[in-house]
Write a protein that binds this ligand. Structure first.
Ligand SMILES: [Zn+2]
Length: 246
């Protein structure tokens, strides 16, 4: 019995040359038996084609939807052709393509490539452990510890050093977080963490400890922050807000 094989590059290139071809493919995946309204399950819709991608309006309940609603393509401004290529490239390179590579090969902005890469990987169900942070990454060590009985806080021996890395978007808003319990805050520990979780070439902001300076030797662009600014309450609380604590 012939197995359904994955497309090779030539087949892929032929199948998905245009936005229409990609759209048709998504239609077939989403509605194999024809349109089905996500609100009322009616099977007829008006097709409104004034936009880049057709809009479908349910004949019965007037609900409007697109083929990309509720998918990783939702609200994208990037061509589907480029998305499809990104998926092809990511799926075919077991070592993992970098956002820089995608950006150059597809002619899209780095941030766009990075977002696409993360959405695709997430959709492919890759374990979180294999993600790396990219772009501008803030790195900081912190100490976590529950108050001891009787409410006393901060007894050094009962606290655990944790390294937290937060990737920021261009406006400086946090996007993804990596955290790890570490044995110490020595240079080697930081470098090991960075190698596993941060893309080479990323800009790392951290304080100016010599431990962190080792990162520059590893090919990261290291920008020391002012100590005072780095440790203010706002900045610390940022980690707490965005970390899903188990
Ligand atoms: Zn409907």
């Amino acid at each position: 019995m012939a197995k359904k094989e994955a497309m090779n590059l030539i087949q892929f290139q032929k199948a998905f040359q245009t936005e229409e071809a990609c759209h048709r493919h998504l239609m077939k995946m989403k509605w194999p038996d024809g349109f089905c309204c996500p609100k009322c399950q009616h099977d007829k819709a008006y097709e409104i084609t004034t936009r880049k991608l057709p809009l479908f309006e349910c004949v019965r309940c007037r609900h409007q939807t697109t083929v990309i609603a509720g998918t990783i393509f939702e609200k994208t401004r990037t061509d589907l052709v480029k998305w499809f290529w990104a998926i092809f490239l990511i799926a075919h390179d077991k070592r993992g393509v970098s956002a820089t590579y995608l950006s150059e090969e597809l002619g899209i902005a780095y941030q766009t490539a990075w977002t696409i890469q993360h959405k695709v990987r997430k959709a492919m169900g890759e374990r979180d452990a294999s993600y790396t942070l990219a772009g501008i990454v803030e790195l900081d060590d912190a100490f976590f510890g529950a108050p001891t009985e009787g409410g006393k806080r901060g007894r050094g021996t009962e606290q655990t050093p944790v390294l937290a890395a937060v990737s920021l978007d261009r406006k400086g808003a946090p996007q993804y977080v990596k955290m790890k319990v570490i044995p110490n805050v020595k240079g080697k520990t930081l470098v090991d963490f960075a190698r596993h979780h941060i893309e080479p070439g990323a800009t790392i902001s951290s304080d100016a400890y010599s431990s962190y300076r080792k990162l520059a030797e590893e090919g990261y662009d290291h920008q020391p922050l002012e100590m005072a600014a780095h440790h203010d309450f706002q900045r610390q609380s940022l980690y707490w807000r965005y970390v899903p604590w188990p």
